[in-house]
Design a protein around this ligand. Structure first.
Ligand SMILES: Nc1ncnc2c1ncn2[C@@H]1O[C@H](COP(=O)(O)OP(=O)(O)OP(=O)(O)O)[C@@H](O)[C@H]1O
Ligand SMILES: [Mg+2]
Length: 141
């Protein structure tokens, strides 16, 4: 999250982190970091200025959930099915500065799948979004 700190603070955004230390997962650390950075960069990019982003890790039964929540633009329901496809971008005529290639979420999905995991999104237009990476928890811990 330090990677996103400069852009976040430049927009007046505070990143809250909640990650209990006893959560253990078996993962390729650089890849997982890339996935979290992609989600956090999106959250900063599509957040309202002077808002907060919340990044959490939590254990839910056999799964560990890493979620990134923002209070920003949100995404229309009709766009959700295509969101994790390569080069998919929601047309935002009002904001040409948020230009990207549309690869970030496809990479997140790819990384989740490499870990036998999955990605989810829940979003409300004008309210914000929660992107989650669900990974298998380590057994016996
Ligand atoms: N947190 C978010 N809030 C609102 N819209 C989002 C959010 N995250 C992603 N999106 C929408 O999904 C599209 C795809 O996201 P993705 O990260 O794949 O591409 P990008 O951010 O446009 O470009 P890149 O990540 O390649 O620089 C974005 O262009 C944006 O329209
Ligand atoms: Mg992106």
């Amino acid at each position: 999250l330090q990677v996103c700190e400069v852009k976040a603070s430049g927009k007046g955004i505070v990143i809250d982190v909640e990650c209990p230390e006893d959560i253990l997962i078996r993962a390729n650390a650089p890849l997982l970091e890339q996935a979290i950075v992609n989600l956090a960069e999106n959250a900063v990019k599509f957040s309202n200025p002077d808002s907060r982003i919340s990044v959490k890790a939590a254990r839910m039964n056999a799964k560990t959930v890493i979620s990134v929540q923002d209070y920003g633009a949100g995404i229309e329901k009709r766009h959700l099915p295509g969101l994790f496809e390569r080069f998919y971008r929601v047309d935002q005529g009002w904001d040409t500065r948020s230009g990207g290639t549309g690869l970030g979420l496809a990479i997140v999905k790819h990384i989740a799948m490499l870990h036998n995991g999955e990605v989810n999104v829940t979003s409300t237009l004008g309210v914000g979004s929660i992107f989650s990476i669900l990974l298998p928890s380590r057994r016996n811990e």
